[in-house]
Structure formats: structure tokens, C-alpha cells
Design a protein around this ligand. Structure first.
Ligand code: 1YM
Length: 657
């Protein structure tokens, strides 16, 4: 048994009102993201308990009253009285900022988000919160509320009474139920899909722990209850990601520790041409990579080059194969645990800790070398080398093709003359590029736009599906070439965000199946070859209206079916209703007014909330296997719904960034 917890181990730093003053500092935002963060902070504590071997099951329930309940079957938060503060440890954890035996305790080397301050932050930002502890055959409970004092100031997370014994029990564990405070959050409606998706991810990352999700607000049994238990952990994760691809090997699995870094890796190769690396630090996705990812890549490339020489696939005179060559067709999960993670970058999705890179390199070198020495792994190892040799040849051919293309000026402005209608403004930060489906809509957009900052690129027909093509083929496609040239960033390894000529890239397609398809193709292309364009928030989806309700000069546009009844009521009797079937039905003025004018238009920003899920989705929609795609499209047949913008990660509904 680990050393028994002492109430005096807890450190105290600050009170809760600081959190309410600046919620963003503690949970990132008061929007949908921050709202969901509340759940993950509590779940984090339950996961720690499971990771330390005390809990086997974690459940999350979204309640009808807007509250959320998180429970585990671990030891229960300690109930002993803190000698200096004279209150229970439970109360310390929930009312004192920075409280927790966690960050100076060796057992808790790897706390996820806020190093144990999470619980009190959640309490501070809740209307009310109730903790139940089941420990030593006793059921304890305490309730906290955020209420206004006489002067009207809100006192955050105040205990209604001390922790009390409320009964006997044979249960073990901790249950926390809280209701996010609408005075803090702009949005208090939890998204069942978001929560379920993240719980599934956590279940993969914490193999062997059972996760149960209930959404009591739902009628549909499919959406009401889900259970996730993956005994194989990361190995199951990588197989899930490759489920719609064609795997060519069994997963390669290893783990190790060095200094204070722990690393777990799962790798599986498929016949696809793209690389999919998903990394995590303390269960948090690191979509922008970082020192753990670069350490992994460096060591993987080095060890495999040595191996390729050893088996004679590379001769003395040959150059080493590149990292990209080895990663073609690779799906990899890299899960690191780091003591004091530093998250950097645009979306705080990059690990900055410099000590992690050498530690990860050492672990990967050691473990992969062991793997390659094992006779039963030779077939997989040789396959990887053969694939890399082939990839190197193709890459060389593509490079030559690209050089030729450059020389011929093909990738420069030449093929675009007459196609791209550029804007007059020369400040990329102000400029917008509309990629418009079809020549006729393109024509309307050209006439309707504000030419000072809006450029139009009409697409003829469908560009090809980038998922199924190698870079050299993508470069031959005229539609993609014109996009690459217009953006000015280059592509793949050459991509350079600093050269981006339009800081808003807006996809404008019809609200029908064809439009959804074109949108998915474009998003796949950006996702595969210009991922940074998406991760740094430059890609948007334009939303043309579906209806026009009109009486005389009184006009209302509706962007979804749900808005129609209200619009009709406002316009009143004698209205006429027009349903737009495509962009082409709007004249230039209407297109400007409804879809392009920054005052009043609706844009959805494409974000990569969850890289792994996004990749799965892209593969599903765009990959080789037809059946799962059909199934998906049939299930989500209404192409006017937000769901259909999901192929590349989440989409921020509502306003521009
Ligand atoms: C539904 C949320 O919070 N579970 C949980 C939390 C703790 C413990 C067990 C725990 C930790 C320790 C010893 C220890 C926490 N304890 C603390 C603190 N589930 C949930 N389960 N015994 C029990 O850290 O040594 C913070 S969280 F600070 F009191 F130790």
C-alpha cells in the first residue's frame, strides 16, 4: 500500500473568488470549451485514482437539470480534518485553490490539467456542487453553493455545512455532481457528442479502466448510454483508427520510463500514403506536437536507418532514408506522461519541455532496438523498410516533378490568369479567399464581393479526392494547383504559414450532397497537406441561407430549418417563401448580403478539436472502403446540419474567431 494520506500534506495558496474574477485564466474560456473543461477536471482526479490502481470504473452522467455527475470506485477523497484549517480534506480540495497532496507527492507525478487545483476551480464556477465520499462503510456528503451576499457580490463555492456522515454504505469511491453557473458561462448546455467522444478517447488512453457515459437528456437509447472498456489500450486505439484502412502489420507496442518521463507507443502500418501521428501528454491531445513527438520521430528514423543498413536494404553509398519516408502509411499513438508539462503554441497543443525529447529518444531507441532484435518481428520490420525505400523513390520523383513545374512556372501565377479574381488590398491579415463551387456562383461572388479585401476562386467540377492520392498526383490536379498558388504557402513539407496571402480561407458550396462532398474533399486536402492552415484557425465554411421570407421590403433570411417558423412569424401574413437550392440562385447583391458581407454573414471556423477522431472521420468519408461511408452518409442524410461539417475535427459554430 502507498503511504496513507495525511490531511496536513495539503498546501494552501488562495481563495476561490480569484477564479470567478478571471475564469479564463483557469479553464481557458467561458465558452463551450471551458464548459466541457469543467467535466475533464473532475474526471482527471478519477483517472489519477484509477492510474494508481485504486479505481476500476469511472462514470460520467449528463443530467436533465443541466448538471453533470462524475463518479469513481476508488478510495474516496480523504475525510480527515486538516490540523491547521480545522476542515475536512474533502473541503480543502473543493474550496482551496491549489490544494491537493498531488503535486508534491511522488505517486502523483503525472497530474493532467491543473495539477490538482481543478476540483476547486470547478466548484468556484458552479452554481452548486455536491461531493459524496464512500469510505470505510460510511457515506459522507458536502454541498457547496455560489450565492450572492447582501451587497450582491457572489461568494463562490461556499460550503452549506461541514462534511457530514449521512449513512452507512458498502460502496467505495467518490461521486461529484455540479451545475455550471450560467452567470459565468455563455453556454451551459453540455454536448453529449463531445463528452462521449472524449470519454472514448480517455478509455483508449487508459486501457483496462471501464468508462460509462449516460446522457439522461436523450430519448434515443443509442445516445443515452455507452460503455467503453479497452483491455488493449493504445493497441486497440490504433486498430480503431485504422479500422477503415487496410492494415499491413500487427501493431508495434512498447513503453518505457526515463527520468520523470513515461512513454507508451502503438504503431501500425497501412497501405495508405499518409502519416497519422497522434500524440498526448498526460491524456491531453497535443495536436501541435512538441518535444515528445520530435524525440519519437528522431529516434524512430535513426533506429530504422541503422536496421536498413544492417539488413542490406541500404548500401554504404546510399543516403539515409528520411523520417517522412519511414512514416508513410504509419498510424501512431504517442502517449507521454510528463511531470510538469508546459503547453505552448496557438492552441496550447504543443509540449515545450526540453528535457522530454532526450528522454523519449532514449526510450524509443532502447525499445525499438529490442523489437528489431526479436526474430518474430522481422517480417514487419522488413515491410517497413521496403515501404520507406519505395516512398523515397516516389518522393524523389515528386521533387523532380515539382522542380520542373516550378521552372515552367506552372505553379506560379500563369495557370490562374482568368480564374482567380484577386483583391486589391495587400494586407494578408485583412484578406479573404472565397473558394466557390461552380462557375455561376463564382460569377455572382465576383460581382457581389468587396474587391478591396475579397478574392474569389471558382472551382470547376470536383477536385480529386486527396486521401487516395500521393503528393505528386495531387500536384497535377488543376483545382488543387490553383488553390496552392492562390494561397502562396506551398504544400506538404514546403508549407510555410508566413507566406499565406489570405488569412481567411472560406469554402463556399451548396447546402446539398454535392456541396457537402466538395467541402469534404477540400477539408481533406487541407487536413493532409496544409494541416497548419487548419490548426491555426484560417479555414472557414461559408453558410448560405436556406430560405428567404419576404413581404415587400421586409426580408428575412434563414440559415437552418429551425429558424424558419420564427422568421415567418416576424414577417407576418402575406409573406412569400423562397427556398434556395444552390448558391447559383442568388443574385450578386443577395449573395453579398447573406453570405459574404462580414456584417451579418455566418461563418463556421473549422477547428481540429480532436485530431484522432477527425482523422477517423476523414478516412471514413474519403477512404477506400465504401460500406462504412454509405452507412455514415445514410445515418447523417440531412446535409444542412452541422454534423456534415465534421469531417475535419470539430467546427466552432457561430462567429468568426
Ligand atoms: C469523481 C472524482 O476525485 N477521486 C479521488 C480523489 C482523490 C483521491 C481518491 C485520493 C487521493 C489521495 C489519497 C492522495 C483525491 N484526494 C486528494 C487529496 N473523483 C475523485 N479519489 N486518497 C484518496 O492523493 O494521496 C485530491 S484528489 F488532496 F485530498 F489527497
Amino acid at each position: 500500500m502507498a503511504k496513507r494520506y495525511e490531511a496536513s500534506d495539503i498546501q494552501i495558496l488562495e481563495g476561490l473568488d480569484a477564479v470567478r474574477m478571471r475564469p479564463g485564466m483557469y479553464i481557458g474560456s467561458t465558452g463551450a470549451r471551458g464548459l466541457h473543461h469543467m467535466i475533464w477536471e473532475i474526471v482527471d482526479n478519477a483517472i489519477d485514482e484509477a492510474a494508481n490502481g485504486y479505481a476500476t470504473e469511472i462514470s460520467v452522467t449528463l443530467m436533465k437539470d443541466g448538471s453533470c455527475e462524475v463518479a469513481d470506485n476508488g478510495r474516496g477523497i480523504p475525510v480527515g480534518i486538516h490540523p491547521k484549517l480545522g476542515i475536512s480534506a474533502v473541503e480543502v480540495v473543493y474550496t482551496q485553490l491549489h490544494a491537493g497532496g498531488k503535486f508534491d507527492n511522488e505517486n502523483y507525478a503525472y497530474s493532467g490539467g491543473l495539477h490538482g487545483v481543478g476540483a476547486s476551480v470547478v466548484n468556484a464556477l458552479s452554481e452548486w456542487l455536491v461531493v459524496d465520499v464512500y469510505q470505510d462503510y460510511t457515506h459522507y456528503q458536502q454541498r457547496y453553493e455560489s450565492v450572492a451576499d447582501k451587497s450582491g457580490k457572489i461568494v463562490s463555492g461556499k460550503p452549506v455545512a461541514p462534511l457530514a456522515k449521512v449513512g452507512n454504505t458498502r460502496k467505495r469511491g467518490t461521486t461529484v455532481r455540479f451545475k455550471p453557473d450560467p452567470r459565468v458561462f455563455e453556454e451551459t448546455n453540455f454536448s453529449g457528442d463531445t463528452v462521449r467522444r472524449r470519454i472514448r478517447e480517455l478509455a483508449y488512453l487508459n486501457g483496462g479502466v471501464k468508462f460509462v457515459f449516460d446522457d439522461e437528456r436523450q430519448k434515443d437509447p443509442e445516445k443515452r448510454h455507452s460503455e467503453f472498456l479497452f483491455e488493449g489500450g493504445l493497441s486497440d486505439f490504433v486498430k480503431y483508427l485504422n479500422a477503415e484502412k487496410n492494415p499491413e502489420s500487427e501493431p508495434i507496442l512498447f513503453e518505457g520510463r526515463k527520468d520523470s518521463t513515461r512513454l507508451r507507443v502503438a504503431i501500425q502500418y497501412t497501405d495508405s500514403y499518409t502519416e497519422n501521428t497522434f500524440s498526448f501528454v498526460n491524456n491531453i491531445p497535443t495536436g501541435e506536437g512538441g518535444t515528445h513527438e520530435s524525440g519519437f520521430k528522431a529516434a524512430f528514423t535513426k533506429v530504422f536507418n541503422d536496421y536498413a543498413r544492417k539488413i542490406g536494404a541500404l548500401k554504404d553509398k546510399d543516403n539515409n532514408l528520411s523520417g517522412d519516408d519511414f512514416r508513410e502509411g504509419m498510424t501512431a499513438i504517442i502517449a507521454a506522461n510528463v511531470k510538469k508539462p508546459q503547453f505552448e503554441g496557438q492552441t496550447k497543443g504543443r509540449l515545450g519541455n526540453t528535457e522530454v525529447r532526450p528522454a523519449v529518444e532514449a526510450i524509443v531507441t532502447e525499445q525499438l532496438t529490442l523489437y528489431l532484435e526479436d526474430l518474430k518481428n522481422q517480417a514487419t520490420a522488413q515491410l517497413i523498410v521496403e515501404k520507406a525505400v519505395k516512398a523515397a523513390k516516389v518522393r524523389e520523383a515528386a521533387r523532380k516533378a515539382r522542380d520542373v513545374a516550378r521552372q515552367k512556372n506552372q505553379l506560379e501565377a500563369a495557370p490562374l490568369v482568368g480564374k482567380l479574381s484577386s483583391c486589391t488590398g495587400r494586407t494578408p491579415a485583412d484578406n479573404e479567399l472565397f473558394i466557390v463551387e461552380g462557375d455561376s456562383a463564382g460569377g455572382s461572388a465576383k460581382q457581389g464581393r468587396d474587391r478591396r479585401f475579397q478574392a474569389i476562386l471558382p472551382l470547376r467540377g470536383k477536385p480529386l479526392n486527396a486521401e487516395k492520392k500521393r503528393l505528386d498526383q495531387v500536384l497535377l490536379n488543376e483545382e488543387f494547383r490553383s488553390i496552392i498558388t492562390a494561397l502562396g504557402t506551398g504544400i506538404g513539407e514546403d508549407f510555410d504559414l508566413k507566406s499565406l496571402k489570405y488569412h481567411k480561407v472560406i469554402i463556399l458550396s451548396d447546402a446539398d450532397q454535392d456541396g457537402a462532398h466538395i467541402r469534404a474533399i477540400l477539408l481533406t486536402f487541407f487536413f493532409r497537406y496544409m494541416r497548419e492552415l487548419v490548426t491555426s484557425g484560417h479555414v472557414f465554411i461559408g453558410m448560405p441561407p436556406l430560405y428567404k421570407v419576404q413581404k415587400g421590403t421586409n426580408i428575412e433570411y434563414c440559415y437552418d430549418d429551425a429558424a424558419l417558423p420564427d422568421a415567418i412569424r416576424r414577417v407576418g401574413r402575406g409573406y412569400t417563401l423562397q427556398r434556395y437550392k444552390g448558391l447559383g440562385e442568388m443574385n450578386p447583391e443577395q449573395l453579398w448580403e447573406t453570405t459574404m458581407n462580414p456584417q451579418g454573414r455566418k461563418l463556421m471556423q473549422v477547428t481540429i478539436e480532436d485530431l484522432a477522431e477527425a482523422d477517423h472521420m476523414v478516412t471514413l468519408l474519403m477512404g477506400d472502403k465504401v460500406e462504412p461511408r454509405k452507412e455514415y452518409i445514410t445515418q447523417h442524410a440531412n446535409f444542412n446540419k452541422e454534423d456534415n461539417f465534421m469531417p475535419v475535427g470539430g467546427v466552432n459554430n457561430g462567429e468568426e474567431a
